[in-house]
Design a protein around this ligand. Sequence first.
Ligand code: ADP
Ligand code: MG
Length: 578
Amino acid sequence: MRQIFVLEEQTVGKIAAGEVIERPASVVKELIENSIDAGSSHVVIELGNGGGDYIRITDDGSGISEDDVEVAFEKHATSKIRSIEDLASLRTLGFRGEALPSIAAVSRIELSTRHEREDFGTYLKIEGGVVKDRRKMTRGVGTTLEVKSLFYNLPARIGTIKSKSTELRHIVEVCITYAIIYPEIKFELLHEEKPILSTVGSGKMLDAIVNAYGRSVAKELIELKEPSLHPQHHATISGFISRPSVWYGTKKHLLTYVNRRFVRSEVMEKAIKRGYSSLLPKHAYPFAVISLSIDPGEINVNIHPTKREIRFYHADELFQFIADAVSATLRHADLIPEVVPHEKGTEAGAVHFLGLPREKKALISVQTSFQEEVKEEEVQANEAGSSLNIRFAPLYQVLDSYILAQSEEDDVIMIDQHAAAERINYERLVERYGGRIDKQTLLRPYIPQLSPHQLYVLRENEQVLRDMGFDIERLGDDSYVIRAMPVVFHGMVDEEEITEIIMRLVEESGKKEEQIKVLLSTAACKASIKAGEKLSYEYMRGLVEQLKTAKIPYTCPHGRPTMIRLSKKEIEKRFKRR
Ligand code: ADP
Ligand code: MG
């Protein structure tokens, strides 16, 4: 009995389309890419019902020649490459010739286009991949493509489409990712005739970021330092990263691009995180736009159906390159967060404009629970070279925990005494560490009380702890004896704390650098003055002096700020002197 049949061509087309076109936002992505590839300077995207009813995109690019209009909808038809070798020098976003046939297979399309070297345009109507109408027409150079009733012939897919607002949110995200990396193109997005996003097309990335996310986000960004050439691979990097006071619990706000293509790259994400090192809490991510340009021969873009993932042939070098750029930028920036209570009602930008779900609205969570409000003020993204100009007098202690000081610029600086001491001690320990952990024998061997789970974990990680400077030895079946511990803890931890430290080290097992960080930051914490302790002027002066010479004075090793600032300008405003 025959059970294997060759599928009809239409069915094959629909299956293939499903790989590229998942939801309305995928259509928007593909069409925007085509408009960009066509050299457009103005792209308008109009939608109805979250894109489900219609998606119309109009550009002023090169247009499609009348000889090519129908070919463009054939499978694997592209003007962008001729052979596989061309991938090594690819400069366009598209190259597979899959988007138009895929979209056409699952929707009703109307296209009107006029090529820059032709006097007339062409109108074409396609339903479910079949041409229904074709005419000559008059119109300006460029292309308008309208996709109606998406998935009308794929009932199963219609079912997977989410609510109008969810689909719209995905579309806004897609538009933003392109608008930011193509700031010379003016993008407009309208939903049911209401403007959602509009960029100025000035060519400046920061302008596009302001248009997309609003000024208050842009104000917290620092421009990446001078695009430095990566010697071996001709890579350059540019973009913006947020001050460490702005962070999120997800990687969602890491916009990483390679050759102006938005990609999800673990290498890049980890490199950004590494660049911040101890400036951010452990599971926190900044807002960052990182644009890497690199010889196309150094990457493979052809490993994912929607080209969202790429492979670097020299991932390790690039990791270091990006991490260095980020950390150098942070080292040279003025990172003291300003203390201005957040007031509502000044937000612009597409993301805020939408009645988006809560989670989206709280776009930036500032650690200090204060957020800057920005009105007309110019965004001064990069204040490179500014150093910590805190004066040694006067210094006051308030609430037994904070030092009030004054900067050379007459701003008021408030320093968290514990966090500042921690930072200073941490850097001192890091400097002294030099790759070796010295041990100190305990006067009295310590036998920790361990739960069965802790016992199990310890058994699996004995070596980790030995590498970290603990002398541990199994004592029978269900206990351990500790005879020595890292000298950095000498005289600072009690026996119970030893168990705690051991357990935290074990958590990081396999990540040597993280373990060292746990070790040194815990030791720094133990060695530091606590909140609630009264300080003399001399002590405060010493603290400020050392903080001024710290490498990263603005946060403690756990990522909390060591100081905040109230600008003189803001104080004057509050007292109505301005
Ligand atoms: P790809 O982008 O991978 O080449 P597509 O199916 O997206 O494949 O598009 C097929 C071809 O149609 C493109 O190579 C391009 O020549 C042409 N095309 C599509 N959209 C546009 C547009 N907006 N302006 C000019 N040409 C376009
Ligand atoms: Mg394309």
